[in-house]
Design a protein around this ligand. Sequence first.
Ligand code: BTN
Length: 255
Amino acid sequence: MQNNTFSGLFIGRNLITLKEVDSTNTFLKDALSKSKPFLDGTVIMADRQYSGRGQASNSWLSEAGKNLTFSVLLNPGFLPIERQFDLNMAISLALNDFLNKYTSGAASIKWPNDSYVGKKKIGGILIENIVHGNTIKHAIIGIGLNVNQENFPADLMNVTSLKQALHQDYNLMDLLGEICSIIESRYLQLKAGKTVKLRDEYLSQLYLKDTWALFRFDNEIQNGKIQGLSSIGQLILETANGLRYFNNKEIEFIN
Ligand code: BTN
């Protein structure tokens, strides 16, 4: 275990790098349940996760030492639980800001929080909240970003990395410092109540927005056009039968 600091930042001020761990999210969650007093903005980064977790109980596979797998602890006590999607928007936008800089604007956000470059997934976010009363006491922001990995398992369709997209290797610590700084800016916008701005920008970056495309819902592949988001972050889709509202995992993107 190693302790480091990104200068001038609140996020990453306390940086713990681990050679290997089951999951950086689980590590933080376990530490919090044992009342370990980690600073707000602590980042746990691992070279290797042997039980990395993704959305909806999927696993997150990442070649050791090649990619970024890390979790950020935030204490957004100002955020009521019914506004948890606003935090998701801020973090998704931060990763998108970072990726757009490297890919000259080829990045987008696949609802609710996948990072895409072109038509391929390059990163994912797993946010786990610990709620106290009506507010989010701790948010564990887990981020996996494919950086220098060149080959992916054959059954992982439609994935890419910065190296695959841009044919270059990157220094993981440098990228982590940059991402922490961008997350901090977006998080401070959220804290300052700039929700309308975050929502507008999130919508403008949404993969397949305003485009007829194929989706699977109600156990069928059907056409739909993303129109926007409900106040709690449900996806609003125009369909042959009118507008439909979907929660995460009720709808799958086919394109
Ligand atoms: C997804 O797209 O399914 C979300 C993937 C989130 C993966 C990251 S890697 C760091 C952190 N630790 C985990 O076990 N998961 C998240």
